[in-house]
Structure formats: structure tokens, C-alpha cells
Ligand binder design. Structure first.
Ligand SMILES: Cc1cc2nc3c(=O)[nH]c(=O)nc-3n(C[C@H](O)[C@H](O)[C@H](O)COP(=O)(O)O)c2cc1C
Length: 186
């Protein structure tokens, strides 16, 4: 870090900006960095054009603003859930508990048709959107903004309804599921 602070941000006489013009790490190295992030696991749900529920597992979800209440989700281009929430202008987010690992796996399985992913899972409809009834917490959002960044879309949702239950969160770290068993504050 100390060395980085010394990097001149002015382009050189030859027009070379040290930070901007470096080739940067390759995709594999960046994915290695992303794998070291720890995140809660969620299921983002929406209704498709025919009114059928669809949903996918998402770990790239974060709080964005408290006033107004906004969340940010990053969804890959081509995702059926992304298409549905774009079409309908609304989506829901269910934060999974440690007991819902199989739910996370099913909602990430491209071979399972979106509507079948809900089979046997208790669902509630809130403001017309499906939320997973046994979730740690859920929210229903109106799409505030969608922007394409590289191979993902940044979806900003304005929170219209929210509920928080108890339980331990399901976490995603180093390409594996974890929970907070035995975790202490440090
Ligand atoms: C733990 C976990 C986290 C994931 N997080 C994301 C994510 O943040 N964004 C994303 O686009 N895909 C994510 N995926 C992959 C999607 O869940 C997967 O591509 C899914 O099949 C997409 O479904 P759809 O095309 O029907 O919308 C994740 C998968 C797993 C297992």
C-alpha cells in the first residue's frame, strides 16, 4: 500500500498513466480475489412474462442506502431472473439460513427449470412477488436502476416491504457454503 500511495497519478510525458494503463491482473486472478470475499447467500425471485415465479441464487447482494432504502444485486447477463425482473420492474430477495444449503444449490442449478426450483419450498406472496417463507429475512423491491457493467448487471432495488426472522445465515466463501457455528465477535 505504501508503494501504491507513491504512484504518480499524472500521465507521464509519454502519456502513460501508471494505474490506468497497466494491463491489470487476468480474469483468473480476479476470480481468485472474488472467491476470498465472504457473503450471505440469497435467492432473488421475480415473476416472468407469463406470471410464473422464477429465481436464482445470488451472493452479490449488498445494502446500498438507508434513506431511501436501496439494495444492490449483481446479476450476470443472460440470467432468466434478470430478464424477468427487468420486464416486471420488481423483484424479491430472500436471505437464506444455514438450513437452506440445498435451496441455494437448486436455485443455482441451470438444469432445473426456474418454476421447478420452488417445488416443495414454502413460498409467500408479498405485494405479488414470491418470497421464501423460511428465509432469515426477505424484502420486496421495485427496480430503481439497472446498469450493465462488463458481464453483469448492477440492479438497484428500492425496498418496499421487509421482514426479518431468526436463524444463522448461510455464507459463501472460497467457493463453498459455510455458517457461523461457533463464531465469536473479535
Ligand atoms: C453460492 C452461489 C452464489 C451465486 N451468486 C451469483 C450472483 O451473485 N450473481 C449471478 O449472476 N449468479 C450467481 N450465481 C449463479 C446463479 O445462481 C446461476 O447462474 C443460476 O442458474 C441462474 O439462474 P437463471 O438463469 O435461471 O436466472 C451464484 C451461484 C451460487 C451457487
Amino acid at each position: 500500500m505504501a508503494d501504491l500511495a507513491l504512484v504518480p497519478r499524472q500521465p507521464s510525458a509519454a502519456g502513460w498513466d501508471t494505474l490506468r494503463d497497466e494491463p491489470g491482473p487476468d480474469t483468473v486472478r480476479c476470480l481468485g480475489l472474488y472467491a476470498k470475499l465472504s457473503a450471505g447467500v440469497t435467492v432473488v425471485t421475480a415473476l416472468d412474462a407469463t406470471g410464473c415465479p422464477t429465481g436464482m441464487t445470488v451472493s452479490a447482494l449488498t445494502s446500498l442506502s438507508a434513506r431511501p432504502p436501496l439494495v444492490l444485486a449483481c446479476l450476470r447477463g443472460g440470467s432468466r431472473t434478470l430478464t424477468a425482473l427487468c420486464d416486471q420492474g420488481a423483484f424479491a430477495v430472500s436471505l437464506l439460513t444455514a438450513r437452506q444449503k440445498t435451496v441455494a444449490e437448486r436455485f443455482a442449478d441451470a438444469s432445473v427449470p426456474p418454476a421447478r426450483r420452488f417445488d416443495g419450498i414454502p413460498v409467500r406472496h408479498v405485494l405479488g412477488l414470491p418470497v421464501l417463507a423460511d428465509a432469515l429475512a426477505w424484502s420486496v423491491c421495485l427496480v430503481e436502476d439497472i446498469r450493465l457493467y462488463g458481464d453483469h448487471h448492477a440492479v438497484v432495488g428500492r425496498v418496499m416491504a421487509v421482514d426479518v426472522n431468526g436463524g444463522r445465515p448461510l455464507l459463501w466463501h472460497d467457493r463453498a457454503f459455510h455458517t457461523l457455528t461457533g463464531a465469536r465477535e473479535v
